[in-house]
Design a binder for this molecule. Structure first.
Ligand code: SF4
Length: 301
């Protein structure tokens, strides 16, 4: 194994290396000689401190070399390199990995990768759609047959179009008109997200008097998701417009609280039809109305 002890002549060429570093650096920014590292036989790199304020911990690295049996040391290269304590920019991360939910704004476009795991080809995706939209062969035949039935003229003279509309509706419902549909992975990932945000383990659900499954504000979903999720339509609830787990719940549950009726006030007692005589001199107990002279006061109860 070859020795990595720096070649003596190359290690002594500090001044040559410093001169090269000072030529490359801004004036006055080459600091102390830090180290001399053997890169190979008769190849040594001299390291100098960098005093640039924006390059804290970086070092000027100047490599010198000497030919075999030559006494003359020559310059290879000088470059600024980060040291062990250098201040470095964070590692670059591609935009697709930096993207977070809610980052998209109006006008932004988010391309979806061809191999996106959240999507699967439509039921007959891309099989025969010249425009790139997959159409089931059976549906295409039905659509052709229906086109043949169309009579020239206004819609009023057309034959019944209910069947045609039904086929289109069913095709759309099944995803036959879409090149890609949600994959099983995408479905589960979405369900996990919704369960975490509006699921039975949230603090709101734990403190709720009842679950969404029995709430009148729950709008059911279609498909397999309806077994576990619905949409909350209570504008005063914390999840209005969001997909909620059937095990979620909140204090706005339609049946959770009966609004208390305001208490009915007691009927007023009015007794203004009888005059109550009050004696002017209570010390004369037993005084009667007759004892009171004319013009003396009377009070009402
Ligand atoms: S109001 Fe509350 S309990 Fe009712 S569906 Fe919305 S979140 Fe669920």
């Amino acid at each position: 194994m070859r020795s990595r002890t720096p070649d003596r002549l190359c290690a002594e060429a500090v001044d040559l290396a410093r001169t090269a570093a000072e030529e490359a650096a801004a004036p006055g920014t080459v600091g102390e000689h830090v180290d001399a590292v053997a890169d190979g036989d008769r190849v040594v790199t001299h390291l100098f401190e960098c005093k640039e304020p924006g390059y804290r911990g970086w070092r000027w690295a100047v490599t010198v070399a000497r030919a075999s049996r030559a006494k003359h040391v020559t310059l290879d290269e000088s470059v600024l390199l980060p040291g062990p304590d250098a201040l470095l920019a964070p590692e670059w991360v591609s935009w697709s990995e930096r993207l977070r939910p809610g980052d998209m704004g109006p006008g932004d476009l988010l391309p979806t990768e061809a191999e996106d795991l959240r999507l699967d080809p439509g039921l007959f995706g891309g099989a025969d759609g010249a425009d790139g939209v997959g159409v089931a062969p059976g549906v295409a035949e039905l659509a052709d047959a229906e086109d043949a039935d169309v009579e020239p003229g206004s819609p009023a003279v057309q034959p019944d179009t209910t069947a045609r509309g039904s086929i289109a509706a069913v095709a759309d419902e099944l995803g036959l008109g879409r090149p890609r549909v949600l994959s099983r992975y995408g479905l589960h990932a979405a369900a996990d997200r919704w369960e975490e945000a509006y699921g039975p383990k949230t603090a709101m659900a734990q403190a709720a008097p009842a679950n969404c499954v029995s709430c009148g504000f729950l709008v059911p979903l279609a498909g397999s998701l309806r077994q576990a999720f619905g949409i909350c339509a209570n504008e005063f609830g914390p999840a209005d417009g969001h997909v909620v787990s059937l095990g979620y719940g909140c204090g706005g549950h339609s049946e959770a609280a009966i609004m208390p009726k305001p208490p009915r006030p007691a009927p007023p007692v009015i007794d203004e039809t009888v005059v109550d005589p009050l004696p002017l001199r209570p010390d004369r107990a037993g005084g009667s109305v007759e004892e009171s002279g004319p013009g003396e006061e009377f009070g009402h109860s």
